[in-house]
Structures are given as structure tokens and as C-alpha cells.
Design a protein around this ligand. Structure first.
Ligand code: DCP
Length: 409
């Protein structure tokens, strides 16, 4: 098998997640242009999540409510609750780990809103085709169009009739006699992911999108291509076409400094253009390891393992003080550090009892005038807001441009 096509990797991502949390609480928001706000003091508040109906009007995350309303006058706005002077994301956080707290009688979601005629997983769908290496997969494992109600193949085929005829052609092109055929394996993965997404919607009422491909980078990329409520299969045969026009920064891990070093250093725009460079050339520019990684990546090959991660590795809370709201005295800095520490103490305490673990390290990160960022670390000795606050203050005290012992900051 061609290198890099051995695995099937799927990435599933909730659509406009905070918005769906609010829509579940207030179903009248479903199907409408709406957005979630944090804070309301300045320009009506900043937008953190946007329904796809509102995105069609040009509303996006980061806009002020007033800007968004100008684009979409009928926009419904919901505000994240506040606690300790900042956004209280408790209900979003708990929605990540728990299904719908109050299931409706008879179930909601998939069954009413999205037909999923698949009668249920068939025994052969449980495994990957490679579990039956010596047998032909046809006809007992040939998936039907009904089992892929939301699957989009790349290059995307719209409208719906074209999607279906494209899928039909695709199925006809697969070699069911060869369970090692990578495209067949992706297709079987896509059928399983349809079932997973339908089960997620059934249990939580939340819709999600997914990408199915051969590695984490391609799966993530594919997932974002046909949101919302769709899943996208990215076969390696479409990678050259897709990458030929895909900006470098759109690739996972290349959105920041490394991406800029690639575009500026090599004078290229699209990830596919990296294929013009030899592995040795890329190693010269970016070091042996990164050079080799990029050499494969621009060909759609990546080996990063998928690891189980059931719990977040860190628990954090933050607050921005943009423009004129910037903190100007030590008292203000201490006040807000305490508010953050109180939230942290309560979340850490909950985490300790739920997950039987204890955090050992405290990191404080601040953004200063001119956008300079500083982060410092110290030991976290106990879950006590006052102690966290004073330790955090000690860590950042010498960042005070007015001098460490001045009342001004
Ligand atoms: N979020 C936030 N501030 C940010 C980024 C995200 O408050 N700067 C919150 C709101 C989002 C949630 O995290 O609903 C998940 O973020 P995503 O980036 O996954 O975006 P969405 O789920 O909102 O939309 P999409 O459907 O595009 O994934």
C-alpha cells in the first residue's frame, strides 16, 4: 500500500458549538440567524459564536454586536451569563462532557430533523475491511447511498443530485475485492462516522461535522470544508488538486510562525507549492525534522498518531481588557487576578473530585500595551484562590511598567 494511506482517521467537530448550547436551551433560536455574545458593556458585546444562518449575512466571530446587527437586522443575540465580572462558561463546559440534561420524551434531533434510514450497524460495519483480509467485501459490505446521507466527496459536488451521482460513481469505482484498498477503507470509515454523528445528535441534540482521511491534518482540513452537518471524505487522489490552491496557513500547525516562515522564506502561497522543493532543501530551511515533515505533509502524508485524550490537560480562565479598559493600577490587577483565581479554584476543585487528579503547576499569562505577551510558571501548592492570586501577582509584579512597587501599573 502507498505510504501514508494505511490509516483511516476521522475528526468530528461540533458546529457553532456555543450557539448550539444556547439553541438547545431555547429551541426558538434554531434555524435562525443568531449569535452568542460575551459581555455587553462595549458596542453591545463581542460575538464568540455564530449560527450558520447568520454567517450567510457575513456575521462572524470577533465582531461587535452593533456591527453584526448592521449586517443582519433580524439577528437574535444571546449573552453568555456572567460571574465574577467575566463570562461564565459553565454550561458550555458541562455540555462538552454530558449529553442533554433533559432529554425530550420520544427523543429529539436526528429522528425528527435528519432522516437516517440506516436500520443500525450491521455486523460487518463494526470492523475495518482489513479484518477480513482473505475475503471479498462484496456484496455484504458494499455500503449504500442511504448509509451516507451527509457525505460529501472531494471535489465537492453540489447540488444534492450531483452529490448522489458523484457518490454512486465513487462506489462503482471502489475495489470491493481488495480490503486493503485505501479508498474503500475511507468509505467504510465514512459510514461508521455517519453512525457516530447520528448517535451524537440523538444523545445530545448537537449537530457536528466530520472529516475522514488518512491522517489528522487531512481529516481536520476535510472537516472544515463542508460545515455544518456534513462530513467530507478526502481521498489522497484529490490532495494535489486541493493543495494547489490551499493557503499554507489553512493547514493545521502552519497557521502561525512556521507558516509565515514558509510563505515568506520560500516565496510561496499554497501548500502544494512546497512539492517543488527537495527534502534536502526543506531541511536546509527548517531543520532536519521539520523539513522532512513538510516534505511529506505537502504530499498529504503525515504519521502523527491519534492519541486518546479524555480530559483536558490544563484548566484555565482569562479575561481581556482591550483599549481603554486596560488595567492601570496594581489594585485593579490584583482585583482581577482574584476574580480569575476564584473561578480557577472552583473549577480545579470540581475537577479534583470528578477526575481524581491534582494540578501541580500554575501559569500566568498577560498581554501588555503594544501586545507584548509574557507568561510565567510557578508551583501550584494548594487550591486556594487567595494563595493563587498572591502567587500570580508575585510572578508578574516585575512586568509593571510603572515599577514593581508603584501603585500605578
Ligand atoms: N470560542 C470562543 N472564542 C474563540 C474561539 C472559540 O469563545 N476565540 C468558543 C465559541 C465556539 C467554541 O469555542 O462556539 C468552539 O469554537 P470553534 O472554533 O470550534 O468554532 P464554532 O464551534 O463556534 O464554529 P464552527 O462550526 O466553525 O466550528
Amino acid at each position: 500500500m502507498q505510504r501514508g494511506r494505511e490509516r483511516v482517521v476521522a475528526l468530528v467537530d461540533m458546529d457553532c458549538f456555543f450557539m448550539q448550547v444556547e439553541q438547545r436551551l431555547d429551541p426558538r433560536l434554531r434555524g435562525r440567524p443568531c449569535a452568542v455574545l460575551q459581555y455587553t458593556e462595549w458596542q453591545g458585546g463581542g460575538i464568540v459564536a455564530v449560527s450558520y444562518e447568520a454567517r450567510a449575512f457575513g456575521v462572524s466571530r470577533g465582531m461587535w454586536a452593533s456591527q453584526a446587527r448592521a449586517l443582519c437586522p433580524e439577528l437574535a443575540l444571546v449573552r453568555v451569563p456572567q460571574a465574577r465580572g467575566k463570562a461564565d462558561l459553565t454550561r458550555q463546559a458541562s455540555s462538552q462532557s454530558h449529553p442533554n440534561p433533559s432529554p425530550q420524551p420520544g427523543g429529539k434531533g436526528t429522528q425528527q430533523t435528519r432522516a437516517h434510514p440506516n436500520p443500525g450497524p450491521q455486523p460487518c460495519r463494526k470492523g475495518t475491511p482489513s479484518q477480513a483480509p482473505s475475503q471479498s467485501l462484496a456484496p455484504w459490505c458494499c455500503p449504500s447511498l442511504e448509509e451516507m446521507p451527509t457525505l460529501i466527496l472531494l471535489p465537492s459536488l453540489f447540488p444534492e443530485e450531483l452529490r448522489e451521482s458523484g457518490l454512486q460513481e465513487w462506489l462503482a469505482s471502489l475495489s470491493f475485492d481488495n480490503p486493503d484498498c485505501p479508498d474503500l477503507q475511507l468509505t467504510m470509515g465514512a459510514v461508521i462516522v455517519e453512525e457516530i454523528r447520528a448517535a451524537i445528535e440523538e444523545a445530545t441534540e448537537f449537530r457536528c461535522s466530520a472529516g475522514i482521511s488518512h491522517n489528522k491534518t487531512l481529516a481536520k482540513l476535510a472537516c472544515g470544508l463542508n460545515k455544518p452537518n456534513r462530513q467530507t471524505l478526502l481521498s489522497s487522489r484529490f490532495v494535489p488538486q486541493l493543495f494547489s490552491q490551499l493557503p499554507v496557513g489553512n493547514i493545521r500547525n502552519l497557521g502561525g510562525k512556521l507558516g509565515t516562515a514558509i510563505t515568506d522564506g520560500l516565496g510561496i502561497e499554497y501548500i502544494g507549492q512546497l512539492t517543488q522543493f527537495s527534502e534536502a532543501e526543506l531541511q536546509t530551511h527548517f531543520g532536519d525534522k521539520t523539513g522532512s515533515w513538510l516534505y511529506d505533509l505537502c504530499r498529504g502524508i503525515e504519521d502523527e498518531p491519534v492519541k486518546d485524550r479524555y480530559l483536558p490537560q490544563s484548566i484555565g480562565c482569562s479575561k481581556n481588557f482591550p483599549g481603554r479598559t486596560a488595567l492601570a493600577t496594581q489594585k485593579e490587577v490584583q482585583h482581577w487576578l482574584l476574580q480569575l483565581a476564584l473561578e480557577l479554584e472552583s473549577r480545579l476543585t470540581k475537577d479534583r473530585s470528578q477526575n481524581h487528579r491534582v494540578a501541580r503547576q500554575l501559569m500566568v499569562a498577560i498581554r501588555m500595551q503594544g501586545d507584548a505577551r509574557v507568561s510565567r510558571i510557578c508551583a501550584l501548592s494548594r487550591y486556594d484562590a487567595q494563595k493563587i492570586c498572591s502567587d500570580a501577582f508575585a510572578l508578574i509584579q516585575n512586568c509593571n511598567v510603572a515599577g514593581a512597587h508603584q501603585a500605578a501599573w
